[in-house]
Design a protein around this ligand. Structure first.
Ligand code: ARG
Length: 265
């Protein structure tokens, strides 16, 4: 209840403070001594692209969202400390490679190709792609978008489904660094459609009620599962994350967080 909320506020607050101080190039969790004798407790740096609502977002300068709550709950359940870093999407993976980020949570779909480079936790969320088009659009399936401009976030599964349908060099495909830029271009009519994760697309449909958008699920879209990533071989940390995740699956906390963001669907 209250205690949990307080520690969430504190954790996020401290995390933002730290990332605001420009720790950009310092190795993550370097474990500096904080004085007072005992070894300082390790604080894991969690990277995210806080521009994928309602999973991770910045609201009034505060990082928030489903994945933020999930990761805070996991850390609390497993008894380790974290701080947040809003890295963006591509830099999140670079940060893991370079060691400036220890943990990545960002609606990251568990995929075989990504498993070559990173170790994934057990899944914590089920998703699928959706197509976002204006309500009066004649489009009813992905193939109908042939020849049209499609906005996606670059290097995401949304981009992959479009490439699979229309080829890797499809001219109409516009890859954005972040999802809000794609949504913005769609809102202003610069692209005809956006493809992305269902939870996020539904969020924007609700947000722009006045604009009247509709969502389409194509038969080719496969189930996806989100996982948390660590550097390949960081088994010690991965075990902690999986232990915390197991706890919050069993004690209902994960469901409680789900209901907080998606309960009225
Ligand atoms: N689930 C998709 C993927 O893994 C999109 C994730 C995008 N997340 C974000 N925070 N921008 O490719």
């Amino acid at each position: 209840g209250n205690k949990w909320l307080m520690s969430l506020v504190l954790t996020v607050g401290v995390g933002l403070l730290v990332s605001a101080c420009g720790t950009g190039d310092k190795p993550a969790a370097s474990g500096g001594s904080s004085g007072g004798g005992g070894a300082a407790e390790k604080v894991y740096v969690v990277g995210t692209d806080a521009a994928y609502p309602p999973f991770q977002m910045m609201e009034a300068d505060k990082i928030s969202g489903h994945d933020i709550d999930v990761m805070n709950a996991i850390a609390e359940a497993a008894g380790f400390k974290i701080e947040w870093k809003n890295t963006g999407w591509d830099p999140l993976f670079d940060g893991l490679d370079r060691g400036t980020v220890d943990i990545g949570i960002s609606s990251i779909t568990i995929r075989e190709d990504r498993k070559q480079k990173y170790d994934f936790s057990e899944p914590y969320f089920e998703a699928n792609q959706l197509i976002l088009v204006p309500e009066n659009s004649p489009v009813t399936k992905l193939a109908d978008l042939k020849g049209k401009k499609i906005g996606v976030q670059a290097a995401t599964t949304g981009e992959l489904v479009v490439q699979k349908a229309f080829g890797n060099t499809y001219e109409g495909l516009k890859g954005y660094d972040d999802m809000p830029s794609a949504i913005d271009d769609f809102y202003n009519g610069r692209v005809d459609a956006v493809v992305g994760d269902d939870g996020m697309i539904k969020y924007y449909v609700k947000k722009f009620k006045d604009k009247k958008f509709k969502m389409i699920k194509d038969d080719s879209f496969e189930k996806e599962y989100y996982g948390i990533i660590v550097k390949k071989g960081n088994t010690e940390l991965l075990n902690k994350i999986n232990a915390g995740l197991k706890t919050i699956k069993e004690n209902g906390k994960l469901q409680e967080i789900y209901n907080r963001y998606f309960g009225n669907e």
